[in-house]
Design a protein around this ligand. Sequence first.
Ligand SMILES: C[C@](O)(CO)[C@H](O)COP(=O)(O)OP(=O)(O)OC[C@H]1O[C@@H](n2ccc(N)nc2=O)[C@H](O)[C@@H]1O
Ligand SMILES: Nc1ncnc2c1ncn2[C@@H]1O[C@H](COP(=O)(O)OP(=O)(O)OP(=O)(O)O)[C@@H](O)[C@H]1O
Length: 284
Amino acid sequence: MKIYEKAPAKINLLLDVLRKREDGFHEVEMIMTMVDLADRLEMEELPRDSIMISSQAGYIPLDEKNLAFQAAKLIKDRYDVRKGVYIHLDKKIPVAAGLAGGSSDAAATLRGLNRLWGLGISEAELCVLGAELGSDVPFCVTGGTAIATGRGEKLERISNPPQCWVVLAKPPINVSTADVYGKFRANELKQHPSKANMLNAISHGSFTDICENLGNVLETVTLQLYPEVLQLKESMERLGADGVLMSGSGPTVFGLVSKEAKVSRIYNGLRGYCKEVYVVRMLT
Ligand SMILES: C[C@](O)(CO)[C@H](O)COP(=O)(O)OP(=O)(O)OC[C@H]1O[C@@H](n2ccc(N)nc2=O)[C@H](O)[C@@H]1O
Ligand SMILES: Nc1ncnc2c1ncn2[C@@H]1O[C@H](COP(=O)(O)OP(=O)(O)OP(=O)(O)O)[C@@H](O)[C@H]1O
């Protein structure tokens, strides 16, 4: 039997860091949602007890370093499954982009193998397993729109923001999440984004207020390290996006756009100097 799972990319509408914890992670407050740029995973049982990964993307690891491999191994070990699986990853989400591509593949693997092997694991338990693989994985298991706290693994589901266009642009640089958190200084922060205002905007379905209250404190690090990310933000604003923010630790910048008529102008303007530009919809 073959099964398929979609692994969508996430964006952070709000990302605040409260403090560094004793375990080295940071206590965060985030509001996350999904967009319809997605990897596609195909999973098929193997006649022997092993995990095999393939992908059309030549630039990701296909061994135990792959997050989908790690997810398959975790679920096999924890539930004592003595079966093998072949997983093909059709990568569409850019890698190391701040869009949780690897985390979403891991989450899709957990959901898919739960189905393929009929394990009957609850979504809450899949999230607990996911947290062992990475801070963004639990949110990728549930999807939707959520407030994420703790190191990102504690989730509270909220209503989806109103539908809009999302233009994603990734400059050709690789940003390490660990490096960005490592350089972040909470005590030097002048302003925190307002979670209350963003929640109010989402609950009222106010696109304008959502755009006004976007905020990501990790921009203080990534924009300093990589001025091209700041330039990309400025270009997107100049080209007419309604709200612009860096996603996660970057370097991808997203622009929220309400009117379809504006989208092609922004896309064409960015494509002049940025090769990786995507126009997608919010997943609602
Ligand atoms: C930037 C975000 O993508 C926003 O959604 C996440 O906070 C990061 O999620 P992630 O990539 O799944 O992160 P993990 O794989 O768990 O951690 C990578 C590294 O980022 C740092 N890290 C991550 C999450 C967190 N709350 N505090 C941290 O300090 C740690 O140094 C960790 O070693
Ligand atoms: N299935 C996978 N897809 C993409 N990258 C993977 C995968 N498995 C492991 N990796 C490795 O993980 C690293 C981060 O890739 P990923 O695309 O998940 O980053 P990201 O979008 O910045 O994630 P996040 O937003 O959660 O920080 C890369 O160095 C990549 O080689």
